[in-house]
Design a protein around this ligand. Sequence first.
Ligand code: NDP
Length: 300
Amino acid sequence: MDPNKVIDGKAFAAGLTQRIGDAVAEFTAAGHPQPGLAVVLVGEDPASQVYVRNKIRTTTEAGMRSIEYKLDVSTSQDELMALIEKLNQDDEVDGILVQLPLPKQIDGDAVINAIDPEKDVDGFHVINVGRLSIGLDSLIPCTPYGCIMLLEDHFGDLSGKSAVVVGRSNIVGKPMAQLLLSRNCTVTVAHSRTANLQDVCRQADIVVAAVGRPEMIDGDWIKEGAVVIDVGINRVPAPERGEGKFRLTGDVDYESAGAKASAITPVPGGVGPMTIACLLRNTMVAAARRRGVEVPSSIG
Ligand code: NDP
């Protein structure tokens, strides 16, 4: 892969995290309390435990307070709702993140919508979803916001570009489409029922892949010179690394798509690091808004 084509999300995220750390230092130096993020983990899903550990580490590194709640897998809906209510009332908590997925006995939508929208740093509350869709200030889901930051860093103005988002989930595909639309792209949202998906992708200046199918989109799907953002994180067997070993791969075939694209995000090291950096960004934004302080432009 030509290194000039690689969109280095890891480096961008490191710079953003540094700027967030500076914003936190300025905020606390002005006499405001240290921004606080409460992370709630229910059960012992191994992937969720890794995500939560990483989130807590980076939050602390950026100078914020991280408060972790580890609840038993048998936690009831009422118990979880009571915790959310307590965190909503706690003035020292600026952001609340409930790690998904939740155990079966819990109604995830009800829990997310019980979070104070001003503290909803995942941006999943219906109020934030609605505000994003009508163009009002909101807390924006971290993964799509990370993608838009990378795209704007690459292109500058996105106006007039044609964009195809493959995937229509509430956490990635739909908010991604809203963000691209807000930047004046002409947006197509594709999904499992889309006819002639390859042809649809081949028209696009920007392809965002958020499907969850390893290396589904290859070079034949990509227009010469398009920009490819690969959100997918898939764990696939890697016998070449030894028995029982795995490797991470995206929803895009990196080599063949990269040969056609003018720029592409790698997996790992592309969108993934941006997601955590944007969580920190949202926590700082929530803290600033709650205290009536202007959000520093350096953090987007
Ligand atoms: P979901 O499973 O919720 O959604 C997948 C979407 O892809 C659906 O809209 C589905 O369509 C569509 N789809 C599935 N198969 C096809 C197909 N063959 N052709 C076209 N569309 C298809 O996934 P998420 O949005 O949560 O995640 C997508 C990927 O992004 C995953 O790999 C996930 O691990 C990764 N991810 C990465 C993050 C990061 O930080 N980098 C954060 C979040 C997710 P339909 O609606 O019709 O079923």
